[in-house]
Design a protein. Structure first.
Length: 281
């Protein structure tokens, strides 16, 4: 497995891999790898001759007061995990490699960031779209694999790829969960045992909404109210948002008549967690 930090060296390597006729599959991550990341890596492995995992805690997608400085990192363990999973290249640039002095170009989508996480994280998706576009230009992948755990991010990337004519196939993989339903996340490392218990209410409220819809409930307001009640029963939990939305536009829906995205962000203590499910009547 090669470890490359210099973007120019990565571009040269990617050019050689492409010239040799191999498919490049990219899995962008912020590191602290877990089974969720591994499922994306396995998918990329199935479809590509060269799997590149990028590890970069991207400062432009963090707002002031967010957890950029404390974001969990363990590069040596990420390398060991990646090597075992058959990754060909780890691309881990330094901050100043991607955002040198004088940097001033950003990608901003008009509508998708107005919903869900974008409301409380106004610069987040501008940072995500920008860094992913840069990774695409550096790693030159034929395909890139993302998790549906970050549903809005996946939609932003798909939209950007269509709008800017990137010749890259985007795959979205299902959310990998712990055996008790908690969606895997690097940020779960922040949770104390009692907080982890409270965090189960995210998945629990999505499952409860699924049962309500199967039982004939169509009111988004009642689905949201039930989820708020279940989550706020935990004293350390505070709801950022709970939304029932159109799975494509992410706009709020009032009545469930077809597939809907139920998405939520909840702070457990200081840790902000997200989860979502597409629910069908
Ligand atoms: P992150 O390192 O958290 O930025 O995530 C990197 C990629 O892994 C993103 O495409 C995420 O959606 C994906 N991912 C994170 N957690 C999970 C999970 N539990 N299941 C599936 N994919 C995930």
């Amino acid at each position: 497995m090669d470890i490359i930090t210099d973007p120019k060296a990565m571009q040269r390597h990617a050019g050689q891999v492409r010239d040799s006729g191999r498919i490049i599959g990219l899995v962008p991550t912020m590191g602290y790898l877990h089974e969720g990341h591994l499922s994306l890596i396995r998918r990329a492995r199935e479809l590509s001759g060269c799997v590149v995992v990028s590890i970069f805690v991207n400062p432009t997608q963090f707002g002031p007061g967010e957890d950029l400085a404390s974001y969990p990192r363990d590069f040596a363990n990420d390398c060991a995990i990646s090597e075992r999973a058959g990754v060909d290249v780890i691309f881990s640039p330094r901050e100043t490699d991607l955002y040198p002095e004088g940097y001033q170009t950003f990608i901003q989508l008009d509508k998708l960031p107005l919903h869900l996480c974008g409301r409380s994280r106004p610069v987040h998706f501008r940072g995500v779209a920008t860094v992913v576009a840069k990774l695409f230009n550096i790693v030159k992948p034929h395909l890139a694999v993302f998790g549906r755990k970050d549903y809005q991010q996946l939609m932003v990337i798909r939209r950007m790829v269509r709008d800017l004519d990137f010749d890259i196939r985007i795959l979205g993989e299902p959310t990998v969960r712990e055996s008790d339903g908690l969606a895997m996340s690097s940020r779960n490392a922040y949770l104390a045992p009692d907080q982890r218990e409270s965090a189960l209410s995210l998945h629990g409220s999505l499952e409860a909404a699924r049962r309500m819809i199967q039982g004939g409930e169509t009111s988004a307001a009642r689905l949201i109210a039930a989820a708020v009640q279940r989550i706020t029963a935990h004293p350390q939990a505070s709801v950022d948002y709970i939304a029932v939305a159109d799975p494509e536009t992410l706009e709020d829906v009032e009545a469930v008549s077809g597939p809907v995205l139920m998405a939520l962000a909840v702070k457990i203590g200081k840790t902000r967690l997200i989860d979502n499910m597409v629910l069908e009547p």
